[in-house]
Design a protein around this ligand. Sequence first.
Ligand SMILES: [Zn+2]
Length: 319
Amino acid sequence: MRFADAHSDFGILRSMVQEGTVSKQIENDFVRDLEIAEVGMSVVQVGGDFNHDTYDFRERDIVLQTMNLFQPENIKQHPYLEVAVSKKDIDDITNRGKSAVILSIEGSTVIDTKFETLDFLYEQGLRNLAITHDYQNQYGCGCRVEVDTGLTPDGERLVEYTAKKGMILDLVHVGEKTFWGAIEYASQPVFVSHSNSKRVFDEVRNITDQQIQAIGERKGVVAVNFISEFLDPQKGVAPLDRLVDHIDYIVELTSIENVALGPDFFQYLMPELDYVGDVIGPADLVRVPPALETRGYSEREVSKICYENLVKFISTSLR
Ligand SMILES: [Zn+2]
């Protein structure tokens, strides 16, 4: 069984290894696990709005440096990974049994409103963009702001500009009003790379039935997050069954084609984090298919959820 990961923090891991705050061994082990688990695609974020809510050059430099770590001369030390910028790249890379990396940014604070940074990042291979992280920036509001004032006029331009460039829009982390603003202006495919159902578990990072349905109607995918605190009200490690509850519910609201996995693995950076079923890294993904099969999903359906849906969505979204 192959897997596809809609949201990987591998870019941050590489950047921390580069800085010397994380050992190279952790990075190498992570890539080895990707290969063992046959993770054939990852959407890898190279930075975002984690600390700031205004335009900040320092953060921009971090994003540019991390992006540089994924240029061909720098990523070739991991022969299993190759950056993909088009459908053809994805087909070529996955047909050779390797893993296609789609470069992504998690929050657009670093993108100046003339979009010069965006143009540069696009040239460097960036193909997926999230408008905000949890808080506010010049383009819109995240899900943790007190009052979501919606997509700003610059945010409307940003959404239209990314569509013009042939980029994917990731509506993860945004507040609800900003979400609907983006839906209104987005002519390109949209998805949510690592969130769960608010109906199954009422948590600020999760999304409503209407949001899930809107993604489904636009042929997008909702990729479920594996961090326990987003899945289940109980403290500690949630049972794998809870993940399947969220998947079941998203399938019920949309279809078997509109759900995927966005595990958000970064326990290597925050060891105190609990993950559903103790699935803490790529090598543990093998435990997900049996949990789905127990709930009645066929082998083909499991493959759609774990791999095919995301690959199809990304492939058809890119030019
Ligand atoms: Zn996130």
